[in-house]
Design a protein around this ligand. Structure first.
Ligand SMILES: NC(=O)c1ccc[n+]([C@@H]2O[C@H](COP(=O)([O-])OP(=O)(O)OC[C@H]3O[C@@H](n4cnc5c(N)ncnc54)[C@H](OP(=O)(O)O)[C@@H]3O)[C@@H](O)[C@H]2O)c1
Length: 425
């Protein structure tokens, strides 16, 4: 998901300030529809604007809004409130957390189904106070720091659904909110342009004005960002823990129906024919019937006899799909340009079998459950080949202590990684 043209966008707090500028900028960039979330009814001359009554602290309004929006590409959590305080009043902290943290959290949760379907983007308008508190607005700073942490976790957890999550570290901007704050300020229009530029350029952290720009390079190359990436890699970023996104990872709603005994993975009536194996008679023993494909693992030259007898060695993986031709074509372009024909794709001795099935959904609903890792020597060459094939990067290529990683998805949403381990890892 990149350009804003022809996209469906929802902006909270769209009636004034930066939200209003984001609304106009989305229209200027050719958005197909812009849902304008506001607390009071909003009129707009452009027929592509659909007003949406949306107080982000009101669970019923959030739910109603989510029901009335059938599809969504970009959600901008912009609504925010800032109050002067001195930490003496707990209510001031709670009020700002309610809008700036729980508002963004609640709205995102409600729109996850739409964003998952579109493999869309979430944009959280944070603040530079997410990095360091402004003493005149400590409770606001707490709420923005918390919303920043929320954003990082959403980024890790939603990557497996193909949803990108952007943090916007807005600096002083000339709106009602910062009226009393005496500092050079950017115009809301320039901030809005920079936000959409950042989304279109797939910058996960967006610094949309001259003041915040001074933080950009240091943040992106600093140890805290490296740690964010490192932590995101610890648990599969694509896992869906219980309670996140409806259903939850271990809840009953998530379980597949029980498999009748003795039928393997699915009801016997729906089982596809096993991948045929070419006949190769040996010592008079009967072998399976002749066929086109041979998916027996290749013999590894250095595998000892003992290992061969005792250790089951993975030799192939079968990808069930509703669109085998498209998927095979993608794998060919991305990973095996020399492969011809309809048979299994040989990836250096490990076979990839693509099979049409009627018992799988069009997209992988749990892409993080199993990740196909490709260990490569020439990382740059493989990365270039993948980019040329137009792969969808879930986690951009990055160096970690254990090596260089890049995580991407196939058209069905299955997750794959290329990895070049460091020598010591
Ligand atoms: N201006 C800055 O210097 C600056 C700097 C860093 C970050 N930001 C962030 O940028 C975002 C936009 O701020 P802004 O400068 O445009 O401020 P603003 O002019 O005060 O606008 C705030 C917007 O948020 C809406 N809002 C507040 N509480 C809401 C709620 N409970 N539900 C739905 N909408 C609600 C307001 O709606 P109503 O009109 O109904 O009140 C308004 O549309 C905020 O998240 C803010 O923290 C601003």
């Amino acid at each position: 998901m990149t350009a804003t043209t022809d996209r469906i966008v929802l902006i909270t707090g769209a009636n004034r300030g930066i939200g209003r500028a984001l609304l106009e900028e989305a229209l200027r960039r050719g958005a197909r529809r812009v849902y304008a979330g506001t607390r009071e009814p909003l009129g707009h001359p452009d027929e592509r604007v659909t007003p949406l009554l949306l107080d982000v602290t009101d669970a019923a309004q959030i739910e109603r809004a989510a029901r009335s929006v059938p599809s969504l590409d970009v959600l901008v959590n912009n609504a925010g409130t800032a109050l002067y305080d001195d930490l003496g009043d707990r209510a001031a902290i709670e009020d700002q957390l309610a809008v700036n943290l729980f508002g963004a959290h609640g709205v995102t949760q409600a729109f996850l189904p739409q964003l998952t379907r579109s493999r869309g983007a979430v944009v959280n308008n944070l603040s530079m106070t997410a990095f360091a508190p402004l003493p005149m607005v400590p409770a606001y700073s707490i709420s923005k720091a918390a919303a920043f942490s929320l954003t990082q976790s959403q980024r890790a957890l939603l990557a497996g659904r193909g949803i990108r999550v952007h943090a916007v570290f807005t600096g002083p901007t000339d709106t009602d909110m910062s009226r009393a704050f005496d500092a050079p300020k950017a115009s809301p229009e320039s901030v809005a342009r920079a936000v959409f530029d950042g989304v279109e350029n797939e910058e996960e952290d967006i610094f949309p004005d001259p003041t915040s720009q001074t933080m950009a390079a240091g943040w992106r190359s600093g140890p805290a960002k490296a740690l964010e990436r490192e932590y995101a890699a610890v648990g599969p970023p694509h896992a869906r823990p219980a309670g996140f996104g409806g259903g939850g990872g271990r809840g009953p709603a998530h379980r597949r129906p029980p498999v009748p005994p003795g039928t393997g993975t699915r009801p016997a009536s729906r089982r596809a024919a096993p991948v045929p194996v070419r006949a190769r008679p040996r010592s008079g023993r009967s072998r399976p019937a002749a066929s086109t494909y041979d998916i027996r693992p290749r013999r590894h030259p250095r595998t000892t006899r003992r290992l061969e007898m005792t250790t089951p060695r993975p030799g192939s993986i079968l990808l069930g799909t509703t669109r085998p031709a498209e998927l095979r074509d993608w794998y060919r372009r991305a990973l095996a340009p020399d492969h011809r024909g309809e048979g299994p794709i040989d990836l250096g001795g490990f076979l990839l079998v693509i099979e049409e099935r009627d018992d799988v959904a069009p997209g992988n609903g749990e892409p993080g459950r199993m990740i196909l890792n490709f260990h490569v020597d020439d990382f740059d060459a493989v990365e270039a080949q993948l980019r040329a094939a137009g792969v969808d990067w879930l986690v951009p290529v990055a160096d970690r202590p254990s090596g260089r990683f890049g995580t991407f998805a196939d058209p069905d949403g299955n997750t794959l990684q290329i990895i070049r381990f460091t020598r010591s890892a």
